[in-house]
Write a protein that binds this ligand. Structure first.
Ligand code: AMP
Ligand code: AMP
Length: 355
């Protein structure tokens, strides 16, 4: 069903240079557009008044479309409809556009939008990850059930903003006022090392690659250790989890097989639940590793994550698969190019909403 639409739009066997890779100017746009240029595509950044000059300053950005606010992007899509444009989504798409906006996009989109429903709902996401045999933090339905430290996550929170560390049921009760009439989940607090694993799954070859990994640097939780616990007493300090950047990390090699297995099983299960195409392209499994070297999975992100920005020039892991610098952004463009060359664009694009 999808095939004719994509072929109608693009024709067959076109050269990469006739196609424009489009993304929003934020998050991992520089990486995506640099990668697209390296693979021979034209590139376009959608910027706002604050970011427009930045994106124009890079030689690999062919065009900048400046709009007032990123939230307005759907209204500007028309101007790109007549050309061979492909949207590569990243975290800012989720932050600024709604699920409906995604589904109604009138330009072909790299990825499978059916995955978005499973990702957006914490319940569905949990079902997906459990079915893939991943270890998940316990969840508590009510404050009374809490029997260990927990993290309370407000719905719609992102970038770790709006998370609250709660010691026990009593602590929860004391803060119940803050949570009244809000939607949230209560999750077991896992003490360990946060590791975010960046994968790429190719629907063209059926192969999964580990591209790179990062650990988040979060304020203020990552700084609390700088003040001795004794000195913290009475300071009324609350940990917060607001991400400010990312650090590189290589994983103990004996744990790499499990990291790979988790990625494979998440992709396998996605094909049962999100239609035959399942999850493909870039994705990230967000874990915390406990002292018994168990991975606990907090979340899955079904697209390129910003931690990959550490590796615009490739990572130690991507170097194992490629003899050239291969960022996740470039890997996406490589997949689009390979799809073009093999007449299989429909395998890597979602064009629901296009025609
Ligand atoms: P922004 O366009 O910077 O507001 O980013 C959109 C969303 O992407 C934010 O709300 C964060 O959740 C996420 N994000 C942005 N930068 C990073 C980063 N360096 N590491 C992790 N997540 C990030
Ligand atoms: P997320 O929004 O899932 O990417 O989480 C943001 C940050 O909150 C993570 O990097 C962790 O530092 C922290 N976090 C989230 N869930 C948990 C958990 N279950 N246990 C401990 N820390 C967590």
């Amino acid at each position: 069903m999808l095939a004719p639409k994509v072929e109608q739009l693009f024709g067959n066997r076109e050269q990469a240079e006739y196609y424009t890779i489009v993304t929003l100017g934020s998050h991992s746009a520089l990486q995506i557009l640099k990668g697209a240029k390296d693979e021979g595509f034209r590139t376009l950044a959608v910027a706002n008044r604050q970011t427009e000059r930045l994106y124009r300053s890079y030689g690999f950005v062919d065009e900048v479309l400046a709009i007032e606010r990123y939230e307005d992007f759907p209204r500007h899509m028309q101007s790109l409809e007549h050309r061979k444009a492909v949207i590569v989504p990243h975290g800012s798409f989720v932050a600024y556009l709604s699920l409906e906006d995604h589904k109604k996009m009138t330009i072909p989109y790299f990825g499978n939008k059916a995955v978005l429903d499973w990702e957006a709902s914490r319940e569905l996401q949990r079902q997906w990850l459990s079915a893939a045999g991943l270890n998940l933090p316990r969840q508590f339905k009510t404050g009374a059930e809490i029997d260990r430290p927990v993290i309370v996550k407000l719905y719609g929170a992102n970038g770790g903003k709006g998370y609250m560390f709660v010691r026990d049921a009593h602590d929860f009760e004391e803060r119940a006022g803050l949570l009244a009439r809000r939607n949230y989940i209560i999750q077991e607090y896992i003490i360990g090392v946060p590791l975010y694993i960046h994968y790429f799954y190719s629907p063209l070859t059926g192969r999964l690659e580990i591209m790179s990994m990062d650990r988040r640097y979060e304020t203020n939780v990552d700084s609390l250790g700088r003040i001795p616990a004794a000195a913290q007493e009475g300071l009324d300090l609350e940990p917060s989890y607001v991400v400010v950047g990312n650090q590189s990390l290589s994983l103990r090699e004996s744990m790499l097989a499990e990291a790979y297995r988790m990625g494979e099983d998440v992709v396998r299960v996605s094909k049962d639940i999100c239609g035959p195409k399942g999850l493909f392209g870039a994705f990230c499994i967000e874990t915390i590793i406990t002292p018994d070297t168990q991975f606990y999975v907090m979340e899955i992100s079904a697209r390129i994550v910003a931690g990959t920005n550490l590796f615009i020039n490739g990572s130690p892991y991507s170097y194992l698969n490629y003899d050239e610098p291969m960022s996740t952004g470039r890997r996406i463009a490589r997949e689009l190019k390979n799809a073009l060359l093999s007449n299989s664009l429909r395998l890597v694009l979602d064009d629901s909403g296009v025609l």
